[in-house]
Design a protein around this ligand. Structure first.
Ligand SMILES: [Zn+2]
Length: 475
């Protein structure tokens, strides 16, 4: 396992200082012992989640009981009694905490984090120019750079309440290291057709499958665009995906240029090409999907293909506008999700600002309700990633939770008689940092401090490596 040495090296370099809590009366955390197996999140003034019928609900004065990595009970606070807990988190103190499910990001490129500021995309380039300039930056980075990049990107996502991330990249190791170092739930989609890494192929996936039971990240398959993959590769991808139940993801119909290239190579549009190779199914996740016909949309919905809407990227790269209402009108809204993409395609690595961008992008048609945007970050994205036990706060669900301080900028003022206005504030005025984050029943961020990564050290390393990368690209 070559990544273990790298992981140890990085962990030593960015190890966080233990957080002093429990003894401090100011703390929300009351540790009764060191086990942290039975946890009570108590007195939550407002909890937002979809219920078993996927209806958005706001629960007031509720508590969550967690055992290990799973939510055991979600009940009115006054009904909690008797039981001893290893840890009690008081969500009612000092103005209170708003709890939501951890947000789920269905499209990102974490190893590119080191490129923040390297390509100022809003200064003129089109998506085709960007694609052309990209390889020289990507090639200038080592696996160690990619790993630090990934940790930088993932921790930034965590601070915005994201607890599950699909990564689309050419190399497996950086994301496996990041999953272990940050404890994020990561779908690690590895490219089988990469121009920067021509050695990548379905054979690589077969090799990685051997170690999948020991992996912290969940293996998946990606290709940058459909036209980049040869017919034999698509055939092999279909076989592997079906045999091992692997998710497959690609950018699709992002610009007229890529759509044309697919037609030239396959004689078919992108959706029909996926269909021909047996890839139009619920394991498929396509990002962008701007240049699709009404017929294409019908086929995608019928086959339960997951779609990642990336409105910021679409504007920055001058790609076009995603036909959101066409999907919604054909009852395809349930397959729409949001992603952070990478730092070269988005202003900040959170989903809340992407939800807001979605709202204003499509405002000229009709208004997308806050509830629909919330679903795009929780239940829809869980469906698309085939993770039925995430994205909701209910018994049996994994304990992935985001804790937002209510007495904070962006949240206040709200209408106390209509708590849904808090959700509107979170999306419209929020997009800011969480106070605490729990992933699989473990607090990853406490009082805005990451428990496993020393961010100050991490940022120093990223800055140094960024400048070294610039020198290499200039040559
Ligand atoms: Zn992308």
């Amino acid at each position: 396992m070559p990544h273990i040495k790298l992981l140890q090296k990085i962990k030593k370099a960015v190890k966080a200082q233990p957080f002093a809590d429990g003894k401090d009366s100011h703390s929300r955390f009351q540790h009764n012992n060191k086990k942290n197996q039975d946890i009570l999140i108590h007195n939550i003034p407002f909890t937002f989640t979809c219920d078993e019928k996927e209806k958005l609900r706001c629960f007031t004065d509720h508590s969550i009981i967690i055992k290990g990595d799973t939510i055991q009970e979600f009940l009115p606070s006054k009904k909690v009694r008797g039981k001893k807990f290893d840890l009690i988190y008081d969500a009612g103190k000092r103005g209170g905490i708003v709890v939501t499910p951890g947000l789920i990001n269905t499209h990102s490129h974490p190893p590119m984090y080191l490129m923040r500021s390297a390509m100022m995309l809003d200064e003129g380039e089109s998506v085709d120019e960007t694609i052309a300039a990209f390889p020289q930056w990507e090639q200038s980075m080592s696996d160690v750079d990619y790993a630090y990049s990934s940790i930088g990107d993932i921790t930034e996502q965590q601070k915005s309440g994201i607890t599950t991330t699909l990564s689309h990249f050419s190399s497996y190791t950086p994301l496996e290291v990041a999953a272990r170092a940050t404890k994020q739930n990561i779908v690690n989609a590895v490219s089988v057709a990469s121009s920067v890494h021509p050695e990548n192929s379905p054979e690589l996936i077969k090799k990685l499958l051997k170690g999948r039971h020991e992996s912290a990240s969940q293996l998946a398959i990606c290709f940058h665009y459909i036209y980049k993959a040869k017919p034999a590769v698509l055939k092999e991808v279909q076989k592997l995906s079906e045999q091992y139940d692997l998710l497959v993801t690609c950018h699709m119909a992002e610009s007229p240029g890529v759509a044309t290239k697919c037609k030239e190579k396959y004689g078919l549009g992108e959706v029909d090409t996926l269909g021909k190779y047996g890839l139009l199914n619920s394991r498929m996740i396509v990002s962008h999907s701007i240049y699709v016909s009404d017929k294409d949309i019908g086929k995608m919905i019928k086959n339960r293909v997951g779609v990642v809407h990336l409105p910021t990227s679409n504007v920055i790269h001058k790609s076009g506008t995603f036909p959101l209402w066409k999907f919604r009108d054909k009852d395809g809204g349930q397959f729409l999700s949001l992603g952070t993409d990478g730092v070269v395609s988005k202003s900040r690595l959170d989903l809340l600002s992407e939800a807001y961008q979605t709202r204003i992008t499509h405002l000229y048609g009709r208004t997308i309700k806050f509830g629909s945007l919330f679903k795009m970050m929780t239940v829809n994205s869980a469906r698309i990633l085939n993770m039925p036990d995430r994205g909701r706060i209910m018994p049996g669900m994994k304990a992935d939770l985001a804790f937002w301080k209510l007495k904070d900028r962006g949240f206040i003022p709200f209408d106390q008689k209509n708590p849904m206005t808090i959700l509107g504030n979170l999306i419209t005025h929020g997009g800011r940092m969480v106070r605490d984050v729990m992933i699989n029943g473990e607090f990853i961020i406490k009082g805005r401090y990451h428990q496993f990564i020393n961010e100050s050290k991490l940022l120093e390393i990223l800055q140094k490596r960024h400048m070294e990368m610039r020198k290499r690209v200039k040559k």
